[in-house]
Design a protein around this ligand. Structure first.
Ligand SMILES: [Zn+2]
Length: 249
């Protein structure tokens, strides 16, 4: 009878210790991870975006900023990249989503060469004519394509096509993670069909060399590619440094 009693006690002890081990093991397990169902949107942050607009860079330094918009054609693109490399200058590009989709190799080369790419909308509409959602969509679609092709984001700057923006456009863009960048001087390189020439555009650029000037030029005309080397040489000879947007504001 005593033997039987010991057996029962041993059995109870065994069950209790198994239960205890089970409890300890269970509490040591990490809490189960909640599956990440967040939709991966390309708009991830708004690092420095603001509803104010940038029209000029830092006016305390002898430096200027060259920006190149790419909306449809790319006649000057290779020349621009060659000149930037020759002068050891980092350039700033505002590209449309259509350009990114149409010329992926060029866009990868721009990134590979260390230049900056920001948002010029997906298909170059007049933003003030669009609804809030349509504006956001233009910016998000462009960024989606850029991220897909290069892995880099176009945030936090955008340039409105035709400079067509108002307070509402800027506020909506801010909500999508973007700040508007206008320009100080439009070189009017894009008006070659209306009589602008290499000489007239060069004169216009050189007449406005002053601290913080942001120049607007384009990839889609031939003037920019023709004159850029000489323009950079002249500006540098005046003691100015040509800087990208992010270093110049
Ligand atoms: Zn444009």
């Amino acid at each position: 009878m005593k033997k039987y009693y010991i057996l029962v006690v041993a059995l109870v002890l065994l069950v209790v210790s198994f239960w205890y081990i089970y409890r300890v093991a269970k509490s040591a397990q990490p809490t189960p991870r909640i599956p990440d169902t967040t939709v991966k949107m390309p708009v991830v942050s708004r690092p420095h975006a603001s509803t104010t607009e940038i029209v000029r860079g830092d006016t305390t330094k002898k430096q200027v900023i060259f920006t190149f918009d790419g909306g449809s054609t790319i006649q000057s693109a290779q020349s621009i990249l060659d000149v930037l490399k020759k002068h050891h200058v980092t350039g700033t590009f505002f590209l449309t989503g259509q350009t990114v989709v149409k010329y992926p190799e060029l866009v990868r080369k721009i990134v590979h060469d260390g230049h900056e790419i920001f948002n010029h909308t997906y298909d170059h509409p007049k933003l003030t004519a669009l609804s809030d959602d349509e504006i956001t969509n233009e910016l998000v679609r462009m960024n989606t394509e850029l991220v897909k092709i290069t892995g880099v984001s176009s945030q936090p700057y955008f340039r409105a096509p035709y400079g067509d923006r108002d307070a509402r456009v800027r506020t909506v863009a801010y909500g999508a993670g973007y700040q508007s960048v206008y320009w100080t001087v439009d070189a009017l390189d894009w008006k070659e069909a209306s009589g602008e020439t290499n000489e007239s555009v060069t004169q216009r650029i050189l007449a406005h060399v002053s601290p913080g000037t942001i120049y607007l030029m384009h990839m889609g005309d031939t003037i920019t590619g023709d004159i850029l080397d000489a323009v950079f040489t002249e500006i540098e000879s005046r003691g100015y440094v040509i800087v990208p947007l992010t270093k110049g504001i």
